[in-house]
Design a protein around this ligand. Structure first.
Ligand SMILES: C[S@@+](CC[C@H](N)C(=O)[O-])C[C@H]1O[C@@H](n2cnc3c(N)ncnc32)[C@H](O)[C@@H]1O
Length: 286
């Protein structure tokens, strides 16, 4: 089976903790020469629970030869988008503060970056920002970036009222951001359409030969114990996984390339069409 036809039905399962023990895990020289890897792979501008930067090299190996737009309907830190640097992307997420941050970074990068570079890591400022509720887009983006940079483990978690409630992490780094890196991310975002919303609507507009990378939250209580679904005040549920499985069926009928990242949890996998190809990768040492 060719790589392309496999990708039409690609499910990538992860969540196992052991190194696969088969020696070196394949690297992605096939796509980029080893020397250029460092220059070309751009890290996302934020930290995110479930972010896929660590496994982007595997994902890149599995790409179809050609595709039109890259669509991430559950973008989070959009690790795939920033690494792949497609000509055209669509990034969507239910988290309004996240999408606002990307929009401001795209439209007012100089202003935002200069504000961020003027900030120092401070416990006092962290809690002051956390309790603030600015309405201005720029101030919201500054707040989002600052909390994301210093919070515990990069977790974005809100309470039932949608209020960010993560404590500060243990480190107060001297350097909070790299100006050049933020500028690169801002330039890349010029190629993206950005939307706040639910995945289902966006998936309806995908066209033949688009590439969709779907990376849903895992419902709390899944047997794998990996459940984390508190990125917004609306929790991602098992019913949402059924909705997603239904959308994936429609995408495949339209010849859209679909890549799905799931945790290796039997109950969860059983929701998705059984004819999907499965690639198991293991988290751990690359
Ligand atoms: C596992 S994270 C995605 C991580 C991303 N691939 C990365 O590299 O950072 C799941 C994302 O789905 C988003 N999300 C949750 N429910 C959603 C929904 N109904 N529609 C769209 N996005 C949703 C969350 O806000 C979160 O950012």
């Amino acid at each position: 089976m060719s790589a392309v036809s496999r990708l039409k039905w690609g499910v990538f399962i992860y969540g196992e903790s052991a190194y696969n023990g088969r020696g070196r895990v394949p690297t992605f020289e096939i796509i980029m020469s080893a020397r250029s890897i460092k220059d070309k792979l751009i890290r996302p501008p934020i930290r995110w629970v479930g972010g896929k930067f660590q496994i982007v090299r595997y994902l890149l190996k599995l790409l179809p030869e050609n595709f039109s737009s890259l669509i991430e309907p559950m973008a989070g830190s959009a690790a795939f988008f920033f690494a792949l640097q497609p000509q055209k992307g669509i990034l969507l997420d239910i988290n309004e503060e996240l999408i606002n941050y990307y929009k401001v970074l795209r439209a007012k990068s100089a202003l935002l970056i200069s504000r961020l570079m003027s900030l120092k890591a401070s416990k006092h400022l962290y809690y002051e920002m956390r309790s603030a509720n600015p309405s201005d887009e720029l101030e919201r983006a500054v707040r989002f970036a600052y909390l994301n940079r210093l919070c515990w483990n990069g977790v974005y978690r809100v309470n039932k009222n949608g209020f960010f409630n993560v404590p500060i992490g243990s480190r107060l780094p001297k350097k909070l951001w790299d100006k050049c890196h933020l500028r690169k991310c801002a330039r890349l975002l010029q190629r993206a359409e950005l939307y706040k919303g639910d995945f289902e609507e966006t998936l309806r507009y995908c066209r033949k030969a688009d590439l969709v990378f779907i990376d849903p939250p895992y419902p709390k209580g899944s047997k794998s114990g990996l459940g984390f679904n508190r990125y917004s005040s609306i929790r991602f549920s098992i019913e949402d996984h059924y909705r997603l499985a239904n959308s994936i069926n429609n995408l495949v009928d339209k010849n859209v390339y679909v890549m799905v990242a799931l945790t290796n949890d039997e109950e969860l996998i059983s929701i998705y069409p059984s004819e999907l190809n499965k690639t198991v990768w293991k988290a751990g040492r690359p």
